[in-house]
Write a protein of this length. Structure first.
Length: 260
């Protein structure tokens, strides 16, 4: 695949930022007469950056078997929100980023050619993207995601700096519970006929497993969710590497022939 380390100025964030962009190799694009490329927006977790998926998984090897592009943006510790006291990462990742990518690369500009996936904080971001902007994404995948962020303020064992960070992102507990940061609230409001297909997974040893189980119990029948668990799997890259390969097989992508 073609691996681009793409740096640009974000008008939304007011800073220089970056994304890794994987594209099919040139011969594949020529053979397909430069047809618009189905694109996966792949989001990182809380302590990571835009390089994390490339450094810790075989995403390039997995993706090269399909006619697809992968966009991996940087989003800091934002939970992909327009932060109460900080930058507008929600506006960036859902509006400016795809506009820039689709202007600079031959990427699909239609719903059926856009997907989103992410791990942990990134899984939270893509679930919000799918539930709040279903007209933009045909399928999303949330891996080991904190699907019950509205309960984060109840974690009494966390230190004060965590709650300050939460306030910087969401405003306060009531703003999180009553606002668009509450995925349960978004799932309750969405018309199931308009929702994207959803892939969700979490290991049983993950500290977020109970939250995933609760979300699935509430909405698995309403929404089209393919939910998987793995006994003993924890919040680790080995699990996410295996899962992103499964996600690519689940997405409606064209598999390329003769790829070793």
């Amino acid at each position: 695949m073609i691996w681009n380390d793409f740096h640009f100025h974000s008008q939304t964030l007011g800073i220089e930022t970056a994304a890794y962009v994987l594209l099919p190799d040139y011969k594949t694009m020529v053979d397909r007469e430069f047809q618009p490329i189905p694109t996966l927006y792949l989001l990182h977790g809380l302590s990571d950056d835009y390089t994390a998926w490339m450094r810790n998984t075989r995403i390039e090897q997995h993706a090269r078997h399909y006619y697809m592009a992968v966009v991996m943006p940087a989003a800091n510790r934002s939970f992909y929100m327009d932060m109460a006291h900080g930058a507008k990462y929600w506006s960036f990742v859902t509006e400016e980023l795809p506009n820039v990518m689709e202007a600079c690369f031959p990427l699909s500009k239609v719903r059926n050619g856009r997907f989103a996936a992410g791990l942990s904080m990134g899984g939270y971001g893509v679930m919000k993207m799918g539930l709040l902007k279903p007209e933009r994404y045909t399928a999303i995948a949330a891996l080991s995601a904190p699907l019950m962020m509205q309960e984060a303020y109840q974690q009494n064992e966390m230190d004060k700096s965590w709650f300050q960070e939460m306030n910087n992102i969401f405003g306060d507990e009531n703003s999180l519970r009553e606002g668009d940061g509450n995925l349960m609230r978004l799932a309750e409001r969405i018309d199931a006929k308009n929702a994207p297909r959803i892939y969700a997974s979490c290991g049983t040893a993950d500290f977020l497993f109970e939250a995933n189980e609760a979300f699935m119990a509430a909405f698995r029948e309403k929404l089209s969710i393919h939910y998987t668990t793995q006994p003993g799997a924890d919040h680790k890259w080995e699990y996410w590497d295996a899962q992103i390969r499964e996600v690519l097989g689940w997405l409606p992508l064209t598999k390329l022939e003769g790829i070793w």
